[in-house]
Design a protein around this ligand. Structure first.
Ligand SMILES: [Zn+2]
Length: 111
């Protein structure tokens, strides 16, 4: 990875998943990824777990971002071409996100 970021809007070291949680995520992925591990873009097989929990936001009927309904997401990147694979952490049974931008309990969807 590169130099630590200083931009306040970028994830900081404190936002990283705890090492034991990263191990739990890797274990879950290893147990479920039974098919080919070849990257569909470049054909290599070297994947890295992004150490930050991400989120996919949903959109309201008015087409504005709904920060209260989201999919907490584990990001896995191809080390060669940066292709991204996403896993729903709630569905994995790992790491439900606890708060949204309003400081309220985040609502997540399984599908
Ligand atoms: Zn690739």
């Amino acid at each position: 990875m590169g130099e630590p970021r200083t931009n306040q809007e970028s994830p900081g070291a404190d936002d990283k998943l705890a090492p034991e949680l990263q191990d739990k995520v890797k274990e879950w992925i290893d147990g479920h990824w039974t098919g080919s591990r070849k990257c569909p873009i470049c054909g290599t097989s070297n994947w890295n777990l992004n150490p930050y929990l991400a989120s996919i936001l949903t959109v309201t009927p008015e087409r504005t971002l709904n920060f209260g309904r989201h999919y907490p997401t584990i990001v896995v990147l191809c080390d060669n071409c940066s292709f991204v694979r996403l896993f729903n952490s709630k569905k994995m049974g790992i790491l439900p996100i606890s708060t949204d931008c309003n400081g309220e309990e985040g609502e997540t969807e399984d599908e």
